[in-house]
Ligand binder design. Structure first.
Ligand SMILES: Cc1cc2nc3c(=O)[nH]c(=O)nc-3n(C[C@H](O)[C@H](O)[C@H](O)COP(=O)(O)O)c2cc1C
Length: 169
């Protein structure tokens, strides 16, 4: 396998983007995520992968609940807001309409297509992201939508450079 082939495969798949939010000890966190998938049918599970560089990862280690907000092709501004800034430095929720669910998880009113998740396990396989597996507590969907995809966000610079990701030697 060459790096080029891997990149070509991933570019062809062109995953949809979501914003994952969570809260721990009254601290809200959230970031743009391209690594996510349904991971069980019965019972219904969903998994997200969080970068070890991220504020959301650090909050997520202490959290039990998460929301996965699906972005549409009209949501590039929210992708930028959550994908290019670090929550340790700015309050990403400050200028947004945000509800708080019974678990304290921030729900973005502008993104009504979402899942609320309860964490089952966290897998650290030595890579630069950890996998959070979760059961689906609730799902909320409006009309079918066209997702915002990684290729739509190619102009965005992630809030943390690759060097920030702690990887086991
Ligand atoms: C297109 C794109 C896809 C991304 N995918 C992920 C991802 O799957 N998981 C993740 O943890 N971060 C991902 N990021 C990076 C974070 O969203 C970004 O570094 C963010 O600023 C982190 O914010 P935080 O430090 O407040 O958590 C992605 C960024 C971009 C631009």
């Amino acid at each position: 396998m060459t790096d080029d082939a891997f990149d070509t495969l991933m570019a062809s798949v062109d995953p949809p983007l979501v914003v994952v939010t969570t809260a721990a000890d009254d601290e809200r966190a959230g970031c743009l995520v391209g690594f996510h998938a349904q991971s069980s049918i019965d019972s219904e599970h969903y998994s997200v992968w969080l970068s070890k560089a991220n504020h959301t990862y650090r909050a997520g280690l202490r959290a039990q609940h998460f929301a996965v907000h699906f972005l549409t092709d009209e949501d590039l501004a929210l992708a930028e807001a959550f994908g290019t800034r670090c929550g340790a430095e700015v309050d990403k929720f400050a200028d947004l309409a945000v509800d708080t669910d019974e678990h304290g998880v921030p729900l973005l009113r502008a993104l009504p297509n979402r899942l609320v998740l309860e964490r089952i396990a966290v897998l650290d396989d030595g890579g630069d992201h950890v996998c959070v597996t979760a059961r689906i507590l609730s799902a909320h969907a409006g009309e079918r939508f066209t997702p915002l995809r990684v290729s739509d966000a190619s102009g965005l610079e992630p809030g943390h450079p690759a060097e920030d990701r702690a990887v086991a030697p």
